[in-house]
Design a binder for this molecule. Structure first.
Ligand SMILES: *Cc1c(COP(=O)(O)O)cnc(C)c1O
Length: 453
């Protein structure tokens, strides 16, 4: 059988990785340390202990190349892993491109996105350290859904602060959280001091991820039995997601192919990191491979932000992280890809971007949905608005290949399905979607409030 015949490339179950890949072992320049928000001194494990399980803190700072996936987590991964890698024959034909397009489909997870890859180990490490309850933030609701289910599996309570614009735009996800036993409130809420302060300042705010993080951190800091959990950005989250890229490498080998370009949508950076990081050693060894992060023009962190220390949240409760940022009080327009509305980016992704190992591009909303429509009509899968940013970039690369007459191998991460994002599609189909990007003045204004480090 030639690789041209294959549509669905499935890894044998016994090949599912037993280790996560830790890029901190291989980076040309190490990460700048996180800083304490008060003292501005480098953080130690003790500073993080009130919020995170020690097992996760150890992973955050580890430089070991491979970290074992606990058997309890591997057992649960089996519910949907290995996820399929598809050859996009239908899309290729519609584009009339000589390029080979593949997509790794993480929407087959029970919650419909890649987020469960990290929610499960986060719940697991907290459970074995005696924690009873986790708090978190969520944008579009994908992370809150994943953590609600993971907490249920490990018998923990789950409290989710959901960005208000998404809470209103995407009512079904909060219902799913309810089904899984999670509690979900719109953020800013009146349950926390930071939420009440924001409501007093700005009663009609659409909310931001940075605001919801402040509330979730404040809630967790107030209770002994509670820890905080973050769905992206941090090193341990990117680590957990590397199961994606490790599987992709083996699946590409099964069809005797190797990617010229690997693409992922980039919000906090975890699904992009997940598919791209396992290719970093190859790239550093001289392989010609491009790793491309795609962000919304409405929240252009890598493409228009600065590489600087900033808070992860609005209120300044989180450690200062060195990352690409638009400023922690930057409020992106209420685009439909709620999961990409974050002012900052993973320090790992940021450092590797800074060192030239990653590329970044930004795309407008209408182009994203045009790509999503073509993908749905040729491949049959209705993609999440976030994932559709990667589809847009993959299509653009395939069209460029056609123009140049070059057959490239393009792989992108289809991080989730969009079955609960139908009002976004409705908005597009009725011609009401707006293309928005911040002005330079807007970005400069929020960058003025960067903390001094
Ligand atoms: C959350 C989410 C994203 C963006 O988050 P990252 O941490 O950048 O991956 C992308 N796609 C889907 C489907 C999501 O749920």
């Amino acid at each position: 059988m030639s690789r041209e015949d294959l549509t669905k490339i499935i890894l044998p179950e016994d090949k599912v990785p037993k280790f996560w890949y830790n890029v901190q072992a291989d980076m040309p320049n190490p990460l700048a340390p996180g800083l304490h928000p008060g003292t501005k001194q480098p953080l130690g494990p003790a500073d993080l202990a009130p919020l995170f399980a020690m097992g996760l803190i150890a992973q955050e700072v580890s430089t070991e190349r491979y970290i074992e996936i606990p058997p309890e987590v591997r057992e649960l991964y089996k519910k949907w892993r290995p996820s399929p890698l598809f050859r996009a024959h239908g899309l290729e034909k519609a584009l009339d491109t000589p390029c080979r397009i593949y997509y790794k489909y993480e929407g087959v997870s029970p919650v419909g996105s890649h987020k469960l890859n990290s929610a499960l180990p986060q719940a697991f490490y907290n459970k074995i350290e005696g924690i009873k309850r986790l708090t978190t933030e969520t944008g579009a609701g994908q992370w809150g859904t994943a953590l609600s289910l993971a907490c249920k599996f490990f018998d923990l309570e789950c409290m989710v602060y959901m960005v208000r614009v998404s809470y209103d735009q995407k009512p079904y996800r909060r219902m799913v959280m309810g089904v899984y036993g999670g509690q979900c409130v719109p953020s800013p809420s009146n349950l926390t001091e930071s939420g009440r302060a924001e409501l007093a300042r700005n009663p009609n705010t659409p909310g931001t991820l940075a605001m919801a993080i402040s509330e979730a951190v404040e809630d967790a800091a107030k209770r002994e039995d509670t820890h905080y959990s973050l769905g992206s950005v941090l090193n341990h989250v990117c680590l957990h997601q590397t199961i994606i890229g490790q599987e992709v490498k083996m699946q590409m080998e099964m069809v005797d192919d190797y990617p010229d370009i690997v693409i992922g949508a980039c919000g906090g950076g975890s699904n992009f990191a997940g598919i791209a990081l396992p290719f970093i050693p190859d790239k550093m060894a001289g392989k010609k491979i491009r790793l491309v992060a795609v962000e919304p023009a409405a929240c252009p962190t890598l493409t228009r932000g600065v590489f600087a220390y900033d808070f992860g949240d609005v209120a300044g409760f989180t450690p200062l992280l060195k990352m690409y940022t638009l400023g922690h009080d930057f409020t992106p327009a209420g685009i439909h890809a709620g999961g990409l509305r974050y002012h900052g980016d993973s320090p790992l992704v940021s450092q590797l971007y800074h060192d030239g190992l990653f590329e970044a591009t930004s795309v407008m909303q209408n182009g994203v949905f045009e790509a999503a429509m073509l993908f749905a009509q040729t491949e049959g899968i209705l993609p999440a608005p976030e994932s559709s940013h990667a589809i847009r970039a993959a299509i653009d690369e395939a069209l460029k290949g056609k123009e140049e007459g070059i057959s490239k191998s393009i792989v992108f991460n289809l991080s989730g399905h969009g079955h609960l994002d139908l009002n976004a599609y409705d908005n597009y189909l009725s011609g009401q979607m707006e293309d928005v990007a911040p002005s330079d003045e807007q970005i400069q204004a929020s960058l003025k409030n960067l903390p001094s480090a």
